[in-house]
Design a protein around this ligand. Structure first.
Ligand code: ATR
Length: 280
């Protein structure tokens, strides 16, 4: 779709950026809603991030996404940090105010929760403990969101145990229970949700080694990995009739707040969008 001189502009900065699906995602919505706008990917090296962000108001951009490796540094560079981003310590969405100030937020947790609600309608936060595998940046956003949504206990299993303990200490010592890596399968007992936040199971990576033998039948399994859509973890969960939610929806839902802020329309996540993003 062509744009006019009055087009609304946004984009995504990463390093590298070629793998990002965000341009297809926002491009699909721009087309669907007939918006005079553009969403452009930019390759920005780490030592150029500050200049690139400061250029946004000058270039007339309404904001942008930032992705790997910029999420943490961006949190220190913006003028204002929304509470979610401050708690997570990372920014993925930036908006430019009319006076040129940059506000950073983090919509990863929102995307995770919306995807879970859409994909597993029966799941309720209060249903029981969540078993979260991994304690990296993505896990932090998800754990913070699960805590806010009222999950009674989060069992956090990470290969490097100290990282799980650090996250527990900084987010909520009373509800986060660090689990020794070798006890992760046993920690599925009584859980209502199991989440893989590591890259294990991604194409070209080994599968996550997690027995679900102890997982209750009514528990939901979800994976942040979306290539392949059905990861080895989700395959095992589905075979024992647990509800499963794939990771693509998180990517789609986390994009909603940015799109609404920059382009002025609350966009829908549906099958047509999934197909457009998968077709790449
Ligand atoms: P992200 O921001 O995507 O979460 P990250 O911060 O690099 O990425 O975190 C990667 C997570 O995957 C970590 O929890 C990491 O475990 P460690 O803290 O022990 O490194 C986990 N991970 C990566 N490869 C792994 C592997 N082969 N086995 C177990 N965990 C792994």
């Amino acid at each position: 779709m062509s744009v006019t001189g009055a087009a609304r502009l946004a984009g995504v900065m990463g390093w590298p950026i070629g793998h990002s699906r965000s341009p297809q995602l926002h491009g699909h919505w721009l087309e669907r809603y007939g918006i005079d706008g553009a969403y452009v990917p930019s390759t920005v090296p780490p030592d150029g991030l500050e200049k690139a962000l400061r250029a946004l108001p000058l270039l007339g951009f309404r904001g942008c996404n930032v992705t790997i490796p910029h999420k943490t540094v961006a949190a220190a560079l913006v003028d204002m940090l929304e509470p979610a981003a401050a708690r997570i310590g990372a920014v993925n969405t930036i908006t430019v105010s009319p006076d040129g100030q940059l506000t950073g937020t983090n919509t990863d947790g929102f995307g995770f929760l919306e995807n879970l609600k859409q994909g597993a309608a029966g799941w309720r936060a209060e249903d029981g403990p969540a078993l979260v595998i991994g304690a990296g940046g993505a896990a932090r956003a998800i754990v913070a969101t699960l805590l806010d949504s009222g999950v009674p206990e989060i069992r956090l299993a990470n290969r490097t145990g100290e990282k799980a303990q650090e996250m527990g200490a900084s987010l909520d010592k009373s509800r986060i229970v660090p689990i020794p890596w070798n006890d992760r399968a046993a920690a599925a007992a009584g859980a209502a949700l199991v989440v893989n936040t590591t890259s294990l199971g991604m194409t070209g990576q080994p599968a996550l080694d997690l027995s679900l033998a102890e997982l209750p039948a009514k528990a939901v399994a979800t994976d942040l990995v979306y290539a392949p859509l059905t990861t080895p973890l989700l395959l095992v969960a589905a075979a024992r009739s647990n509800a499963t939610v794939d990771g693509l929806g998180m990517l789609l839902h986390q994009a909603r707040p940015g799109f609404a802020a920059w382009f002025g329309v609350e966009p829908m996540v549906d099958t047509a969008l999934r197909q457009a993003v998968l077709a790449g």
